[in-house]
Design a protein around this ligand. Sequence first.
Ligand SMILES: Cc1cc2nc3c(=O)[nH]c(=O)nc-3n(C[C@H](O)[C@H](O)[C@H](O)COP(=O)(O)OP(=O)(O)OC[C@H]3O[C@@H](n4cnc5c(N)ncnc54)[C@H](O)[C@@H]3O)c2cc1C
Length: 473
Amino acid sequence: MEESQMVAELGRLIDPDRVLTGSAVKRAYEHDAYTVEKFPPTAVVLPETTEEVAQIVKWCGGNQVPFTPRGAGTGLSGGAMPALGGVVISTKRMTSILEMSPADRWAHVQSGTVNLRLTKAAQPYGLHFAPDPSSQSVSTIGGNIAENSGGPHTLKYGVTTQHVLGVRIVVSGGEVLTIGGPDGMPPGYDVLSLVIGSEGTLGVVTEAWVRLTPNPVAVETALISFGSIRAASEAVSTIVKSGVFPAALEMMDRNVIHAVRDAFGLEYPDGMEAMLLVECDGQPEVARQEMEEIIQMVDSAIDVRIAQNEIERAELWKARKKGIGALGRISPTVVTHDGVIPPSKLPEMLEVVFGVAEKHGLIVGNIFHAGDGNLHPIFCFDERESGKIDSVVAAGEEVIQKCIDLGGSVTGEHGVGVEKSSLLNKQFDAESLHWQGKVRDVFGAGELCNPCKMIPDAKGCIEHKVRWRGVAT
Ligand SMILES: Cc1cc2nc3c(=O)[nH]c(=O)nc-3n(C[C@H](O)[C@H](O)[C@H](O)COP(=O)(O)OP(=O)(O)OC[C@H]3O[C@@H](n4cnc5c(N)ncnc54)[C@H](O)[C@@H]3O)c2cc1C
């Protein structure tokens, strides 16, 4: 269909001012935070209600136009990239917190609500939304649900799926399904679990009922420095197997810390090669006791800083929260990889990561949720240099292969998207993938709903794959 006709017809379904097109729009929406693979949409729509989303999805189905749901576009595996063009359905204007029940600890929100905004709204009631991806100041509840996102406090509080009670979702054809609700799922098949982590391939989530969690009474935070990566990663294994259960156990290597130091003028100990950010929470005496036990365990540390108040706590978290941004300051392009390994394999795995980066001539920084073995090597490079994108893709695949060899997984929390879709067969056999693909049929997702993601089945995906890489409009 001609672009002008598409825009005119969509403009009859919703306010034409909320149908966007043109080269600047296409450039902004041709990728998410995984910038290696790009493809422009024909149009971007900004619906405000479930009913508007339903009309748009119905129109796409009737006109054989692919559609891709999008929240804030912070995804790191190309999930919101409109792989076959068509319409991007953005939830940017669906940001209402519809209802909150502090007594029963739930909130009903539109899917474009930003994660941190929900937590701030719940704060006066002593509650928060526990999933806290490091992107939480911009990423949306819909995106968190689609990716089943984790975060630093996932170690203790679980990933998004543990905090979602229900969703309203528009499936292909424009049908609106309500799955679960404030009371969670009724008896029967747990269909909600299929939606969470489905990366926008089953439909557009327009509303969600989410659990709110009481804020901890006390929090103890420490930043612990080590003279080698091996010492820090061995300390992670020691803490994990000790039975002491921190709320967060994050690791940053020297390249990340140096980038943070240079960007924000922070001081870190000489000789530091890696750091652990450890947080314990609960009743004051429990949190303090757990932290003391952890400090005693990590006897190879060269420096330990414990926050004495909220200001100091925020200061210690800076190294973790600002790390990826600081790497972006020293490199035109950063690609964050995501794999999982058993925590006991961390020392071996990190040596492989550095070896792979060196082999491909890439700078790598590691900043990750060490406690649950969720690895994030961040490759820093200039995508304009010939061959660099291929090197990054090859390096990523080698890292992921090693994760699988060590008994881990191709992805921990950033999803499959387009980045990992060809790697899934390293983890699953053909039969399992076939049955996973069948889930799309259950929702009638067809080939139009976020095509080429997770388990690609749309006909055009294979030939397009070659064209996505490094393409800029
Ligand atoms: C600096 C940085 C730090 C990050 N830290 C973490 C982290 O700690 N933990 C973590 O898990 N992730 C992290 N991420 C990845 C990313 O932020 C999460 O995956 C996040 O949940 C994506 O939300 P979003 O709103 O940006 O979604 P988008 O990127 O817009 O979309 C992500 C996927 O969800 C689908 N989608 C979006 N909205 C909907 C909807 N309403 N209905 C159906 N499908 C939808 C899209 O089609 C796409 O497949 C980080 C990313 C960055 C850039």
